[in-house]
Design a protein around this ligand. Structure first.
Ligand code: HEC
Ligand code: HEC
Length: 234
């Protein structure tokens, strides 16, 4: 009798949980982004600071990463054919900022938002997942461009991008600057263009300023060059 009652209560709770998940995941919240006057990039975020202060474990993160595997794949490679980014080896600070931005609605990502909501994962689990992602080796066989304008791409990158993203595309953990080496070409093009056009709402205004004069051909050339940067020891 006792067991029956218990399973009944558990089943009822399960239904409630499923319903609230559905209700909350219908759409992503929306917060102010670069289109809003007075937008400041990377303002202090309570959850982000909590995640960064937490003693994260890549081992626990491997288990929690199961929510992400379907789209980003077990090795973090993503799906370049549908513009799902590769995330293996990314700085934990960058991964966490992106996840908190998607959670809060500072970066639009309706496909992923239901999987990072606070009704699915805790801040601590996100920190563990970010540590696991950082521990994955970035792929050498990421998608590249056509290789036709690499000299132009290199000149643009060294002049306009390397100061933040690093000479080898390594990014900067402390400053929340993403590693861009090993990223898929198509995704780099899309994010660079979207940042230029203010479609990536959590973009850095300093980067947007630099991109102002960029034509689509410039974006493609610099993205092709970035897709060939490698952090592998020579
Ligand atoms: C339903 C598919 C899906 C799932 C599940 C998913 N993601 Fe994503 N993720 C995406 C897509 C699509 C993007 C690219 C968003 C864009 O176009 O701006 C993305 C972007 C990201 C980014 C930003 C990468 C960058 O360099 O800009 C990070 C970090 C990330 N995902 C981590 C995760 C983690 C961690 C999980 C699990 C908790 C997860 N994702 C679950 C689809 C998914
Ligand atoms: C002032 C520093 C700065 C400069 C200069 C800069 N960026 Fe960025 N870039 C950033 C920051 C910060 C982000 C992450 C924004 C965020 O928080 O989502 C970013 C994100 C990106 C992304 C998306 C990466 C990802 O994983 O989501 C691409 C692609 C990119 N930058 C390309 C470029 C290119 C190309 C140039 C040169 C033309 C450039 N950046 C110059 C700071 C900079």
């Amino acid at each position: 009798m006792k067991t029956t009652l218990r399973s009944f209560i558990l089943a009822a709770l399960g239904i409630l949980a499923a319903q609230s998940t559905l209700a909350q995941s219908e759409r992503q919240p929306r917060a102010k982004g670069i289109e809003s006057p007075g937008y400041v990039w990377n303002t202090p975020d309570k959850d982000l600071n909590r995640a960064l202060d937490y003693k994260a474990s890549a081992k626990r993160g491997l288990v929690a990463y199961k929510i992400c595997r379907g789209c980003h794949l077990p090795d973090g490679y993503g799906k370049p054919e549908v513009l799902y980014p590769q995330i293996a080896g990314q700085h934990a600070s960058v991964t966490l900022k992106q996840m908190m931005d998607i959670r809060a609605g500072r970066r639009d990502n309706p496909a992923m938002a239901p999987f990072v909501g606070d009704w699915i994962v805790t801040v601590e689990e996100l920190a563990d997942i970010a540590a696991h992602i950082k521990s994955l080796p970035p792929p050498a066989n990421n998608q590249k461009g056509d290789g036709k304008n690499l000299a132009k791409g290199k000149a643009l990158y060294d002049k306009d991008c390397a100061s933040c993203h690093g000479a080898n595309g390594e990014g900067d953990h402390k400053k929340f600057y993403p590693m861009v080496a090993h990223q898929h070409y198509g995704y780099l093009v899309r994010e660079t263009r979207e940042s230029r056009d203010q479609g990536r709402r959590n973009a850095s205004p300093d980067m947007v300023k630099v991109l102002k004069g960029y034509s689509d051909a410039d974006v493609e050339a610099v993205s092709d060059y970035m897709s060939r940067l490698s952090l592998a020891k020579k």
